[in-house]
Design a protein around this ligand. Structure first.
Ligand code: PLP
Length: 395
């Protein structure tokens, strides 16, 4: 037996465990402290009613002779693929239902998609980054190039025509920075990818948070993207499905190389290695895309975006530089007074009892930055911001 040696190169992630340890130690030392957590990337509001009712009805169906369903189509039931197709049509994006593949979430697909790509491909990822892009490629032994996201480019790196790459990761709205690419910027990326015969992995997991009609919610809003981009999306943040698990990936039929079609390869891969998402869950996801479900999802998203607004307003008043907070549940702030990420983490925990995520956990360009999330409770968010305001006004 010989094991995959590339796993030795996968860095241990100490970020969230260190955060948890530090918070636990603080609480033990200060049992009365009211610690407010603004570091989590998970939703907190319950599922939309439409989804709950659809899943309850599907459970009941599974308990009847006529309604029972066993194995379903690996790539998803037609009712959900068509609902996703119609969701894109509302964004003026025309897709065929067989370009949409239902899965148990964007994370799995982001990793699994790499099955279809040669190990010798060079991948380009932004720094700071959602760590899954880096770790999945490291596990496969692929060479990773980093592009700098920093205050100079508003954490939205643009193509470097000199570099040779095969797979480009873009995430917009971005985790961790909350930054969102506009149409002109995405057009440059699409043109670049086509000129390099590269593929873009476009992670749109937070697209439902975009309310500005000028900002693209899908890369396919850009002409030519169907020849070069795979789009990953999820019901996790749109409909609160982080624990329920459902996502989808769009693999257009226009992408291929060496006589192979990416769409056909993905279908082959999924039908071989995946047995589909539960019928019950797919019914819940489809309900999220109905008019009623969308209205309920938008209500929840508006709640989080209002938290983000309260946070952005506070930071603006304090003169602290940040990205995100609009069209995104994330706020990426520069640590005040030149503090390092972990230094600021300790400072904020001690002086305000507020917990966030140190930016350096997302890459070297994250040093000196800090991620706050808007997924918390409204009153607690307001209280955390009031504490920050008091803390930084005094200084
Ligand atoms: N992509 C990004 C950028 C994320 O932040 C997350 C989850 O936090 C995911 C994908 C994973 O989504 P899912 O829950 O669909 O696996």
């Amino acid at each position: 037996m010989r094991l995959n040696q590339h796993y030795k190169a996968v860095k241990e992630s100490y970020l969230f465990s260190t955060v948890a340890k530090k918070v636990a130690a603080y609480q033990q030392a200060h049992p009365g402290a009211d610690v407010i957590r603004m570091g989590i990337g998970d939703v907190t509001l319950p599922l939309p009613r439409a989804c709950v009712e659809a899943m309850a009805a599907a459970v009941a169906e599974q308990g009847t002779k006529e309604g029972f369903r066993g194995y379903g189509p690996e790539q998803g039931y037609d009712f959900l693929r068509c609902a996703v197709r119609d969701y894109y049509a509302e964004k003026q994006v025309g897709l065929d239902a067989d370009e949409i593949f239902i899965s148990d979430g964007a994370k799995s697909d982001l990793g699994n998609m790499l099955d279809l790509f040669d190990q010798d491909n060079v991948v380009l990822v932004p720094d700071p980054v959602y760590p899954v892009y880096v770790d999945t490629n490291t596990m496969a032994g692929r060479m990773i190039r980093y592009m700098d996201a920093n205050a100079q480019n508003d954490f939205l790196p643009m193509p470097d025509s000199a570099a040779d790459v095969d797979v480009i990761y873009l995430c917009s709205p971005n985790n961790p920075t909350g930054a969102v690419y506009d149409r002109a910027q995405l057009r440059q990326w699409v043109d670049y990818a086509r000129s390099k015969h590269a593929v873009i992995f476009y992670d749109a997991a937070y697209e439902a948070f975009i309310t500005d009609p000028e900002l693209p919610r899908s890369i396919y809003e850009i002409e030519g993207a169907k020849e070069c981009a795979v789009e990953f999306n999820s019901f996790s943040k749109m409909a609160g499905f982080t624990g329920t698990r459902c996502g989808y990936t769009v693999v257009p039929k226009g992408i291929g190389a060496d006589g192979l079609s990416l769409n056909k390869m993905w279908l082959r891969r999924q039908t071989t290695k995946f047995n589909g998402v539960p019928y019950i869950v797919q019914r819940g996801a489809a309900a999220a895309l109905t008019a009623e479900g969308q209205a309920q999802c938008r209500e929840n998203i508006a709640y989080y975006l209002e938290n983000a607004r309260v946070m952005s307003d506070t930071l603006s008043r304090l003169g602290i530089w940040f990205t995100g907070g609009e069209d995104s549940p994330y706020i990426w702030m520069r640590c005040p007074n030149g503090m390092g990420s972990w230094e600021f983490f300790d400072f904020l925990l001690e002086k305000a009892n507020v917990v966030g995520t140190p930016g350096e956990g997302f890459g070297v360009n994250g040093e000196g930055y800090f991620r706050l999330t808007a997924f918390g409770d409204k009153d607690k968010t307001a209280e955390a911001m009031a504490r920050m305001e008091r803390l930084f006004r005094q200084r």
